[in-house]
Design a protein around this ligand. Structure first.
Ligand code: 5GP
Length: 178
């Protein structure tokens, strides 16, 4: 775990704004899926709070599963190599899969994940991401539901970490290092 002496945080999105946005997202998702059951597929670990808060607001019939992919290691920039570290437990053939992502940055992770899951013949495959950094995009990939578009800064909080720290913050903050 990196030790930084002069790091500081500035709040970008408050806890209240996050909760308000998740309510809006849940309403859009419910309107789109109607009575169809949804498999919420959380991408570990960053989506932990998001999938939990979103899941509780959906009145649709939902099930939950998780995948873990790694492209970042413990640093601030992507290695560009996407590896599946934990695959799903369920067979998604014929299911409505909604990938629940914390943040879409370069789009590398998501484009790989979409491609992989697409081969498993789900009934539908969509993505909800709490955050998106459009300026950082290298792989164009579809994101059906986006919470907030943010500047190209490294953020932590609400599930997002830096070297496993800061996931517990209830807000999203920019991490500055001195
Ligand atoms: P991508 O493959 O789109 O470049 O990156 C996706 C993954 O990188 C996210 O799921 C997240 O784990 C990590 N990531 C991207 N941007 C940030 C950021 O600003 N802060 C943190 N903590 N993780 C990020």
């Amino acid at each position: 775990m990196p030790v930084k002496l002069n790091e500081s945080l500035s709040i970008l999105i408050s806890a209240e704004e996050i909760q308000e946005k998740i309510k809006e997202l849940s309403q859009k998702i419910e309107a789109d899926y109607g009575d169809e059951p949804i498999l919420l597929l959380g991408v570990l670990k960053g989506s932990l709070h998001f999938i939990s808060d979103l899941g509780r607001l959906l009145s649709s019939q939902t099930t939950v599963d998780f995948v873990q992919v790694s492209s970042y290691g413990s640093g601030k920039s992507s290695t560009g190599v996407v590896q599946i570290r934990k695959d799903l437990d369920v067979n998604i053939e014929g299911l409505n899969v909604l990938i629940v992502e914390d943040i879409v940055d370069t789009g590398t992770t998501l484009s790989h994940l979409r491609e992989l899951l697409g081969t498993r013949r789900p009934k539908s495959l969509k993505v909800v991401a709490l955050l998106s950094k459009p300026e950082a995009r290298k792989h164009q990939t579809q994101v059906e539901y986006v919470g907030f578009e943010i500047p190209n800064e490294f953020v932590v909080g609400y599930g997002l970490d830096y070297g496993e720290r800061f996931r517990n913050l209830p807000y999203i903050a920019i991490l500055h290092e001195g």
